[in-house]
Structure formats: C-alpha cells, structure tokens
Design a binder for this molecule. Sequence first.
Ligand code: 13P
Length: 278
Amino acid sequence: MLVNSKKMLQKAKKENQVVFQFNINNLEWTRCILEECDRLKVPVILGASEGAIKYMGGYDVVASICFSLISDLNIKTDVCLHLDHGSSVESCKQAIDAGFNSVMIDTSHLPLKDNIEKVQEVVSYAKNANVSVEAEIGSMGQINQEGLSIGTNANLKDTLTFVKETGIDSVAPSVGTVHGIYKGKLNIDYKLIKELATSLKVPLVLHGGSGLDLEILKKCKEAGITKININSDIQEAWSKSVKEYLKTNSEVIDPRKIIGSGFKAIKDMVAAKININN
Ligand code: 13P
C-alpha cells in the first residue's frame, strides 16, 4: 500500500527499528527493491533524487513506474515514494503534485533562519496533500586528506529549534556521515544522535548509509536513528555483478539479460541492510 512516511517512521522509532530508504535509478531498480521488501514483509521508502527523476523522464514518470509496479506486482507491503534532497520549494511542489507521498527539502546550506523559512513553505504545501516532509540541518561532510568527514555536524539546540519551528515529520541532522562509499576514518557523533533521539519526538534520518559496516549501521540504530538512506552500495553491487557477467558473456546483446544479471546483487544488498533489524 502507498503511504506517507510519517506513520511507518513513528512506529519504527517506537519499536527501535530502522526503515530503509533505498534510492531508485530506473524501473528495474524499483522493481527489485519492491519485490525484495515485499518478500521480507518490511515497509520501504523509495528515494528518488532530482538527478534520477531527470534521468527517468520526470516526476510523473517516476510516480507512474512506482504506482504501476505496486499494482501489477501486487505488492502488499507499505511503500512510500519520497523525493530525496529536493533542492527547492518548487521541486518539492512538483513531486507532491505528481503524487509522491513524502519529500525532503534540503536547504541546509542556508543560514538557520532561511532554512527554516524554506522548510515551512514546503510543510504548509505538503500538509494539505497528506505528504510527509523531511529536512536537513548541518552540512554533510566530504572526505578530506586524512580521510575524515569535515562537514559541520548539527547541534542539539539548533536542531530542536528547527524541528519546532518547521513542523517537519522527520529530521536529517548531519552527524558525520558522507554520501557515497565511505572509505575514510569514521567520525560519527553517536553522542549527538543519542541526545537528539531522546530530546525529539520526530524520527532521525541518517544520510550516507553506504560503505558503513552493518555493525556501524546497528550502532546508529541503537543510538536512535530510525531511517537510513542507501544508494551507492546498491549501485556498486549491481555494477560489479554486471561487469562480472559481461566478462564471460561478452557476446550477449539483450539488455534484459545484461541489466538483469545485476538483479540478485540488488536484492541481496537490500536484504543484508534490512537484516540489521533482526
Ligand atoms: P549513500 O550513497 O552513501 O548510500 O547515500 C545515500 C543518501 O543519503 C541519499 O540521500
């Protein structure tokens, strides 16, 4: 069933479980993630970035792919279609108008006051459409020469103000992770996660979940993270598998066989992440 992320995340927070956002890149990605989450009977958030949406053809295309797969494949588990890192109020509105159940507005690069104002605009539009809103505070790090994340982590006081003033349904505070395959030394602020999780009613979101050992993901969960975003790990797993297939099947031209040779890798990666809940 299609739902917004509010209830599924509130329930997960209460039960100290994690709901995963797996990013989608095309129809096949979407299908693999839906089938695996349905098989495992877990709720899932399908994250579509602006780049992926552009690649697939637009907001309506993404919504149609997602909704049609749920219907044609008879997917029973709860599914939320979510705009990942919406860069403007406008793109959030486009997603909402296309039927997305959830949006993330990422104006975290702005000063707190301006960030709050932008997020408020999205929240008031989203509330009317029963769409949940996630927003980011702090800035996610990059890997520097010493291999450390050097973003600016969120702080307790500003995050409390941010959540209170905006009325968002979930918050993504920068806590030391980075997007992409994390090869640097870890610098995750578990103390901050714990403080935020106990002080806030809204669920906490961890961006940049790829490249982190399952033990680290579990530690984040135990500290109080409710939603974890995964993109690059699935991309890496799929592309490794396809490259391997092509090594011994270089004569194959059927795109279904080439693209399909990575399906198991996508599903295995999805299942491995979800397993941190057990
Ligand atoms: P990764 O690419 O590190 O998995 O990050 C995904 C993400 O945070 C999407 O918002």
